[in-house]
Design a protein around this ligand. Structure first.
Ligand code: C2G
Length: 129
């Protein structure tokens, strides 16, 4: 049982996120998503359109996601990898290199982002509609 973890805000869930989650799940047998809380989003200078509970429900509706946990801090990743017995950490390659410090605990795998789609783009088109 290979366990995979990934982190993010996953606001206005779109096919870029879904492709990331599909590929992440395909790296193993069980996918954990650490979902950024609103408080943590503030640390990332992000404001989500949807609440944490709504974003969690969206992710839990996907067949690729097995468990959603809260992401509260930058520092929790090492504890998460140990606590959830993670074999593979993965993120989109906009984060390439940023989490290599986990490589003594698990495989670290960056995947190409999906072009021409983002939550920001969607929010802008929502606001201008
Ligand atoms: N993503 C993607 N393609 C897009 C948009 C996003 O592959 N067009 C990926 C990102 O690379 C990331 C994941 O989807 O791996 C979630 O994206 P965000 O919700 O924007 O996550 P972010 O704010 O980058 O949070 O501790 C890590 C942070 O919480 C990451």
């Amino acid at each position: 049982m290979k366990r995979v973890i990934t982190y993010g805000t996953f606001d206005t869930l779109h096919y870029g996120h879904i492709r990331l989650l599909q590929r992440a799940r395909a790296l193993g047998d069980y996918l954990i998503v650490a979902l950024s809380t609103d408080e943590f989003n503030a640390l990332k200078n992000k404001t989500a359109f949807h609440s944490w509970e709504e974003r969690k429900a969206h992710l839990e509706a996907l067949r690729y996601v097995d468990l959603v946990i809260p992401e509260n801090t930058w520092e929790q990743k090492r504890d998460d990898v140990r606590l959830y017995r993670v074999d593979i950490f993965t993120m989109g390659d906009d984060w390439k290199g940023k989490f290599d410090f986990l490589s003594d605990l698990c495989e670290v795998h960056y995947m190409p982002r999906t072009e021409r789609i983002s939550s920001t783009m969607i929010r802008h088109s929502l606001n201008s509609a």
